[in-house]
Design a protein around this ligand. Structure first.
Ligand code: 4AD
Ligand code: MG
Length: 429
């Protein structure tokens, strides 16, 4: 029976199995050999006794290096001494593909070397566990949207005008014309709500951020949603339920992965409701910690970190000043210097994971903001058009997948949350 390495311990004693995988490590004791075999589902110990299998098989495998591919036929034996509680005693083994050279990923190699060899480093059980966790998370996020009646839409990557400010736009030479890589599909989603009501997208966004921090990528996966007839409170309710419920379900479904990663995080620790803290209150909290932030400035990484240390669950930071936010944000009717905006910040120093807000839906008001920001109204013609035909209050959000994975798993650097990271200094492999 073809079996998964990661599930051998759930099979009965004496079961005959066929395993296909790669040699993670090998230990020799004369005519006895132990192999840690991995196949993407987990690792299992395979015991080879020279007396119990064809001599040629034993010889071929004894000289095979790490990451050589093999097929093993053997018998399951439950043994408390085996890692995982069960091993496979080989009766036959075939070397499918011997490694041509010594596998370069070894104990003691530095982070730079690992990044340069990311194509090989992702074979490690820890890297694989993070990728599997990320896959589980995306599955839960998608299921959440589908249960809630959101329609998935797919938006372009080449765009002609900034969503989040010109400073972080990547230029592309498009047949001699200057276009950009998308920072957010928000504007296209705002068009889509008039066609479909509630929409979501899961696709990459690009930021030419000159930030070499542990939480900035130049290409990241962006989960975005937009809803017609929704104000700031409706929006925050949706964001906290999405983040809370999808994260809790993922943690629930990923207990083995968390154990392997040595991460303790309970589904309860992400449960909504989340606190709502106004920008002005945040300034007071910061001042009480001896940090003076000028009213109107956006929070920097340092301020965010200090603030998030005060919380043990994610929390919303709301009502940012107009000048700290992009032009499309709806001014607060109670105080037009503020916006109906809400960032969701992860606790324990991790910081922003979601940016969101209500959008300006009045034509003249939006036009005035575009002009005020020194932007070219012609560049936003189609976006302004949306305010001409049955425009209604609407709100939406963007969630950084890697930021959420980083926080949930407690990863030091965001790069570990993505298979092949793109940063200011890295586009290889
Ligand atoms: O706060 P941001 O810039 O908001 C927007 O792009 C909105 N237009 C989204 C919307 O309302 N549809 O980005 C949203 C989120 C951030 O909270 C963060 O999680 C992630 O995207 N993000 C990044 N993640 C990794 N590296 C970067 N350089 C990121 N920039 C933003
Ligand atoms: Mg933001």
């Amino acid at each position: 029976m073809l079996a998964d390495c990661g599930r051998v311990n759930s099979l009965p004693d004496g079961a005959g199995v066929e395993l296909r995988g790669w040699i993670r490590s090998k230990r020799h004791h004369g005519r006895l050999m132990f192999i840690d075999l991995r196949d993407g589902t987990g690792v299992v110990q395979v015991t080879l006794k020279a007396a119990e299998l064809p001599e040629a098989d034993f010889q071929a495998v004894s000289s095979a290096g790490r990451e050589s591919a093999v097929v093993v036929w053997g018998v399951v034996v439950h043994d408390p001494r085996a890692p995982g509680g069960a091993e496979v005693r080989a009766r036959k083994i075939e070397l499918l593909s011997a490694s041509l050279e010594e596998f370069p990923i070894k104990k003691g190699v530095g982070p730079r070397f690992l990044s340069d060899h990311r194509h090989l480093a992702i074979r490690s059980p820890k890297a694989a566990a993070i990728l599997r966790f990320r896959s589980n998370l995306l599955k839960s996020i998608r299921n959440w949207f589908e249960r809630e009646g959101f329609v998935e839409v797919h938006c372009p990557t080449f765009i002609t005008a900034a969503v989040e400010g010109g400073a972080t736009l990547f230029e592309v030479n498009y047949f001699g014309k200057k276009v950009y890589l998308t920072q957010s599909v928000q504007f296209y989603q705002e068009a889509a709500i008039y066609s479909l009501g509630k929409v979501y997208s899961i696709q990459p966004s690009f930021r030419a951020e000159r930030s070499k921090t542990r939480r900035h990528l130049t290409e990241f996966w962006h989960v975005e949603g937009e809803m017609a007839f929704a104000g700031l409170d409706d929006l925050m309710r949706v964001v906290e339920r999405l983040v809370g419920e999808a994260s809790a379900e993922t943690l629930e479904n990923s207990r083995e992965l968390l154990k392997l990663l040595g991460r303790e995080r309970s589904p309860e620790s992400v449960e909504p409701p989340y606190h709502r803290v106004k920008y002005s209150e945040a300034l007071d909290i910061l001042a009480s910690k001896g940090v003076q932030l000028e009213w109107g400035s956006d929070l920097g990484a340092d301020e965010e970190k200090i603030l998030t240390m005060e919380f043990d669950k994610p929390f919303f930071l709301t009502h940012f000043p107009r000048k700290a936010k992009a032009f499309y944000h709806m001014p607060d009717p109670a105080n037009p210097e503020l916006t109906l905006s809400a960032d969701l910040l992860a606790p324990e120093g991790y910081g922003e994971i979601v940016g969101s807000g209500q959008r300006i839906h009045d034509y003249e008001q939006l036009l005035a903001r575009i002009v005020e920001e020194g932007l070219e109204p012609a560049d936003y013609k189609w976006y302004l058009d949306l305010r001409k035909y049955g425009s209604v209050p609407h709100s939406g959000f963007g969630l950084g997948v890697e930021r959420l994975v980083q926080w949930l798993l407690g990863l030091k650097n965001i790069r570990s949350a993505v298979m092949f990271p793109r940063t200011m200094s890295r586009t290889y492999p």
